[in-house]
Design a protein. Structure first.
Lengths: 134, 151
């Protein structure tokens, strides 16, 4: 093997090793970022599940849905929030549901869910059954 | 040269794997958004049924346009069959109160590059207790997950 071949081979090897290291570093950083994001998403899932459990735990309020919605709003606002999440609560136009917006750090769009106490039978029960008989 | 090639190929495959992981993350994110919209649509629809048209809770969906019109106006039934929740259009695909628990199925309309997606819910109904409660009442609802048209 001549000196020129040896030098060329070394240059190629060093360049390949450098590029390889860069690619490994990129892949490693991406994997770590992805894992962190995944953990935040899991926390968001837990928060949404907890909100639904809160709704299930509401005491039935017969016909009045605005009272049940106000109670739900208060209970949701008092719940702890994991780091990396930001919560926004809003009562729907008719006052019969709570809209929970959950911004997850690193995601462009927030998670958002509507929680209606009437959908869980916690309110909205018409006096005398209502709605007629089919 | 051989060693250089091995190094480069190894790192490229690691990079490809991380890109695949990212793509999978994006797909999961889209699925979670669809679940959010479906869950919200389900709550909106069931709340409306419970509040305004509990008589329809007792009837399977195919009977709504027949027997159902005796207790709920046709425009209200049409609004229940198709609506909007959190900016997404949904369609009522099935309501099966004869099952135990009852089953509700909704379909989100296709949106941009998102395909239509169906979601199934189980709904617990308390049976009617005349004369104080002549209609069934919802006591619980759970989204089972996405299925049907969605990949």
């Amino acid at each position: 093997m001549s000196l020129i071949e040896l030098l060329t081979g070394s240059v190629v090897f060093v360049s390949a090793a450098g590029s390889s290291l860069q690619l490994w570093a990129l892949a490693g950083a991406a994997a770590v970022a992805e894992q962190r994001q995944h953990q935040r998403q899991e926390q968001a899932e837990v928060t949404l599940a907890r909100a639904e459990a809160t709704l299930r735990a509401l005491a039935p309020a017969a016909g009045d849905c605005t009272t049940a919605t106000a109670q739900l709003l208060q209970a949701l606002a008092a719940q702890p929030l994991a780091p990396g999440l930001a919560r926004q609560l809003e009562v729907s136009a008719g006052g019969e549901a709570v809209l929970l917006r959950l911004a997850v750090a690193g995601e462009a769009e927030p998670r958002q869910r509507l929680y209606a106490p009437a959908a869980f039978g916690r309110c909205g029960i018409p006096l005398g059954g209502g709605g007629g008989t089919p | 040269m051989g060693a250089s090639l091995v190094l480069l190929l190894g790192s490229l495959s690691a990079h490809t794997a991380s890109l695949q992981l990212r793509l999978q993350g994006l797909r999961e994110q889209q699925q979670r958004r669809a679940e959010d919209r479906l869950a919200s649509a389900g709550q909106q629809l069931l709340a409306e049924l419970q509040r305004s048209h509990p008589c329809l809770l007792a009837l399977p969906l195919p009977q709504w346009d027949g027997l159902g019109t005796s207790c709920a106006p046709a425009p209200a039934i049409a609004a229940l069959r198709q609506g909007q929740a959190l900016g997404a259009t949904y369609r009522l695909v099935a309501w099966r109160p004869d099952l135990q628990p009852a089953e509700l199925r909704l379909e989100l309309a296709a949106d941009g590059n998102q395909p239509p997606r169906q979601g199934a819910f189980t709904v617990q109904l308390a049976p009617p207790q005349p004369p104080t409660q002549p209609q069934p009442q919802i006591t619980d609802v759970r989204l089972l997950g996405l299925r049907g048209v969605a990949p």
